[in-house]
Design a protein around this ligand. Sequence first.
Ligand SMILES: NC(=O)c1ccc[n+]([C@@H]2O[C@H](COP(=O)([O-])OP(=O)(O)OC[C@H]3O[C@@H](n4cnc5c(N)ncnc54)[C@H](O)[C@@H]3O)[C@@H](O)[C@H]2O)c1
Length: 246
Amino acid sequence: MDLTGKRAIVTGAGQGIGKQIALKLAQRGADLIIDDINPQTAPQTAQEVQALGRKAIAIVADVSKKEEVDELVKTAVRELGGMDILVNNAGIARSSVLLRLKDKEWDEVLDVNLKGIFYCTKAVAPSMIKQRYGKIINISSIYGRTGAIGDANYAASKAGIVGFTKSVAKELARYTINVNAVMPGLVDTPLLRGIPEKYLQPMIEEIPLGRVGKPEDIANVVAFLASDDASYMTGAILEVTGGWNM
Ligand SMILES: NC(=O)c1ccc[n+]([C@@H]2O[C@H](COP(=O)([O-])OP(=O)(O)OC[C@H]3O[C@@H](n4cnc5c(N)ncnc54)[C@H](O)[C@@H]3O)[C@@H](O)[C@H]2O)c1
């Protein structure tokens, strides 16, 4: 699972799962572009990556804005001399039951979680096609398969990632570009801490492995998919849930 000399972009890498993915890829030897919409957290992650002895550049870009994504990828490819790995991790939730779900909440979630992945993948693909090599890993959610009360917008976006991942995997396979997705279950991040305890506790009790995931649990699987150990995998959707909802 060696990533020495590889160049990677991780979106939403200022905190949570994205941050751990960036650190894990750096531990394995990759240089990083740390994207986040939050100008405070992106440089912090970049500093931690640099402390591991790898190159890291923090770039503040909103993945739902095409111009910002194009600029992000242009700078990334210029600064690192190409791009080998894209981890589409940035994601948001705006929870509300159907009858209270506002157009704005629907659009925001679909724009970041799904359109953002489209923009980032489309922007990075030309440099990967040129070098006939690339690894694209999309962060979906188990809710994309199971659905969830109060999360129709989020679940729809995460299910959309499955169709997108498989379609692009088929299109880019001829260029030796692997496109896979990970479906995390419950992972201990600020996103999860937004769920009220009375809803969270019963969910945790249903997890066969008996605990919520750590961001590292997801990062380990992403690092595998980013490596040549996973070179015969494409269009795969890996559930990393502790057995929850199997
Ligand atoms: N935590 C969980 O239980 C869980 C479960 C399943 C899937 N996921 C998915 O994992 C991914 C990471 O989630 P997390 O739990 O670390 O969330 P988080 O809220 O802790 O971190 C998300 C990061 O993305 C950034 N971000 C948000 N909108 C952005 C945008 N438009 N452009 C760029 N960056 C943006 C945020 O600033 C933040 O740093 C998301 O796609 C999420 O849907 C999380």
